[in-house]
Design a protein around this ligand. Structure first.
Ligand code: OAD
Length: 264
């Protein structure tokens, strides 16, 4: 079930949070589910997007002056401070019902995979155990020279701190503009997208590749494509189901409709 052609169903938020019966039926019979999330799933937690965070002192910088290897080479302290501020903001927010619903889905669906473009770590904080972080994670750092990751580091001395192994500068463990995505996570996400019966594209503008390509891979392999977004995107025309509204409202309803005993 779940593979093959069907008419697109569009549910607007104005209709209430109604989950189409046909989608519930497909999900009840599907084993392999793949989910891709973007900034929209964290919007209801109050995580500012990169551009939204560029207020005050930061407003005068172009994104490439804050989020490229060249920028870090040129002004490591500036780039460190920008990410330190974003890290501090993310520590103050909490996962929302959308994150919790996906954590519940991981426990309920027989073969469930989640990839995210977000760097805020909120899926893990909501209880998701396996998450492919395609753009890294703000709450970790890695060495600019030898690439080794660290979860703890010392900020008492000059910033950025130095790598205890090689003395190189530590940088945030996120994917900057012009850098490649972590290869093993991307490959695993591509394989899961190829095999899944249902693919969810949630809270992403579906415009930043290669992550955006996962939905096309799934669709070409015959999966049912479900998009949850407050706005239409370039992917909407291809979606079998478009749930037009906040992920934090649609996802818990969807999980309860498919798995009535779910605890969210
Ligand atoms: P964007 O900020 O480009 O898009 C967020 C999407 O979420 C938009 O389509 C919104 O309509 C939608 N949205 C907003 N609130 C929502 C809600 N409550 N529920 C559902 N949808 C909602 O973010 P991404 O698509 O994640 O890359 O951007 C992808 C990548 O582009 C980011 O990871 C970042 C950026 O450049 C890097 O930093 C490498």
């Amino acid at each position: 079930m779940g593979r093959g052609k069907r008419k697109r169903q569009i549910v607007g938020h104005g209709d209430g949070v109604n989950i189409p019966a046909a989608l519930v039926e497909i999900l009840r019979w599907s084993e392999r589910i793949m989910v891709l999330t973007g900034a929209g799933i964290s919007a209801e937690s109050g995580v500012p997007t990169f551009r939204d965070a560029q207020t005050g002192l930061w407003a005068r910088f172009k994104p490439e002056e804050l989020a490229t290897p060249e920028a870090f080479r040129l002004n490591p302290r500036l780039v460190w401070d920008w990410y330190a501020e974003r890290r501090a903001k993310v520590r103050l927010v909490a996962p929302n019902p959308g994150h919790y619903a996906l954590a519940a889905m991981e426990k309920l669906a027989p073969d469930f995979h989640l990839a995210t473009q977000n760097v805020d770590g909120l899926h893990q904080r909501a209880g998701s155990r396996r998450v492919w972080e395609l753009h890294g994670n703000l709450t970790r750092v890695k060495c600019f020279e030898d690439d080794g990751p660290f979860e703890n580091w010392n900020e008492t001395g000059p910033l950025p701190p130095r790598c205890p192994r090689c003395g190189g500068a530590l940088r945030p463990d996120v994917v900057w503009f012009g850098e490649s995505l972590p290869e093993s996570a991307l490959r695993a996400a591509e394989a899961a997208s190829q095999k899944c019966e249902v693919f969810f594209s949630i809270g992403t503008s579906a415009m930043v590749y290669p992550a955006a390509g996962l939905a096309h891979t799934a669709k070409e392999s015959g999966a049912t494509l479900v998009e949850i977004n407050t706005q239409e995107t370039p992917l909407t025309r291809q979606a079998d189901f478009f749930l037009g509204g906040p992920a934090g409202q649609f996802l818990p309803e969807l999980v309860r409709a498919v798995w009535p005993k779910a605890q969210i």
